[in-house]
Design a binder for this molecule. Sequence first.
Ligand code: MG
Length: 322
Amino acid sequence: MREWGVHMTETEEDIIRTGMEEIKRTSEVFGDDAGAFRLEGRWVVITNDMFVQSTDMIPEMNFQDAGFKAVTANVSDLVAMGSKPAYFGFSIGLPESDADRARLCFRGISEAMDFYGMKLISADTNSANELIIDGIAVGMAEKLLLRKNAKVGEVVCVTGDLGRSLSALLISLKGLEADEKMKKKLFEKILKPRARIEVVDGLSKISNCAIDVSDGLAKELRAISKASGCRIVVDVENIPVSEEVREFCELNSLDPAEIAMNSGEEYEIVFTTSKDALDGVEFDFTVIGEVTKGEGVWMRTDSELKRIRDLSWRHFSDKWVI
Ligand SMILES: [Mg+2]
């Protein structure tokens, strides 16, 4: 069975958690989308994220897209903290024989840094058996948006639409059905994702709690619920799903809500805020639920309220073995 992206086996997760517990000297803010420390009245926000060819690169992706995506994954974490991207550094590992692909990869990184308005702060190269881009991004923030800041009574919102990335993965790696028109739209998100830098200013005015959708909405909401000590209730029919995802799900007898809740690498931003603060917000978002007393993540339809399981990519891998 192929393991995809950030989803690891329990044993790996345990090893990493135990290993991280060994390291006691952490910064003022640690364990959120990014770390942060105070400097002259502002927050300096720092995050790192690694892109690995064998687990993060589907056959449809080229090396330029891979370079861009490695930057996007880092920038998205800065955005989730309420921070604007400023600097990018990276270590890159590439097979020595692959000069053309290396050039494409550097072009993708450069293109992304232009797009996000970042300057290069440090870089290192080495030879490796496959493409590895270990990025580090630095940004500044006036205030931080933290997972622990959700308050009972707030609404839960998300930018953009969800579900296209997992749909594309299922087509690419499992051979699920889709017509060409559908494929074009579904693959757009996983091949060329863009971090939501345009929301940072507006978001910081109305919210204290945000997270980016890198592992799937269900998992991100669970992180907020756990850190804030509250229950998140999602209204199933409000989850923003594109027409292409609905058509794809119908064609393959899948539940669009299940796909949307478990689709990773979306790089949309989930945030909580008071209902009143939503008037006058200038970026697009959808209200998907509310923060209530209790615990866990729950899905609400007209007829039922049920606690959700965290399915993740592994569930879909088990369901349709490659
Ligand atoms: Mg994140």
